[in-house]
Design a binder for this molecule. Sequence first.
Ligand code: CO8
Length: 246
Amino acid sequence: MSLLCRSTGLLLKHISLTPTFISVAGGQYQYILVDKKGEKKNVGFIQLNRPKALNALCDGLMMEVGKALDTFEADREVGAIIITGSEKAFAAGADIKEMQNRTFQECYGGNFLAHWNRVSTVKKPVIAAVNGFALGGGCEFAMMCDIIYAGEKAQFGQPEILLGTIPGAGGTQRLTRAVGKSLAMELVLTGDRISAQEAKQSAFELTLAEGNRLEKRLFHATFATEDRKEGMTAFVEKRKAAFQDK
Ligand code: CO8
């Protein structure tokens, strides 16, 4: 993942931002807008479209993203893919309301999030055009892309700690490689956010692997704690979490 801090408008200036639906087998998409853009219609375009939930990544949305990516991967006309959100939010994280009542058994047994990394296995270049919030799973989702173009209002962060859990889709690993260990640890341990400028200043590259698997298991394990449940419930009930270290 490399992070380029420039206006997402620059990237998107040649493509109309009024997406039209592409129908896929099984009907239209509910959570994303999908189109082919550019003069030659050779840019696959996916816009996350849950504005009321700041594009929170629910399971249905991620399934649809996977389906759209499969379609573009198989389409010989498509040379590259752009994934974007709105001015306010690329994605404010995995859907907390959907996760709130999950148990450890459900996460571990169902291998929760297993299909969420489809974007990182696409062979065509995938560009994340990010503005607004890219938090938690949203930040991880952007980092799974090959390139991030970040607008001036982009804010990156891994605030899972404030919910009593940890990043679960590569955040601890890719963030470390993107911004360095020190800043990555600060962000993961405090939940603070950084701008695209700050992220770019700290950027340097290392390598990936085993860590992602370990991280996923630790993420699942947070669903065995009462604090994780309390953190997510507090968010949904719009109050401060009362953590008990349990
Ligand atoms: N999940 C579900 N709903 C959300 C989320 C979310 N992550 N973020 C925002 N929303 C909803 C709010 O509940 C609210 O809906 P409603 O009015 O119906 O209650 C609506 O979006 C607007 O949100 P706010 O009123 O809070 O808007 P603000 O502008 O005041 O605040 C923030 C914006 C700062 C982004 C705030 O919404 C926030 O803190 N959101 C949560 C951010 C967060 O903690 N993200 C991490 C989630 S955990 C996670 O991502 C685990 C990753 C697992 C791997 C994923 C693989 C891809």
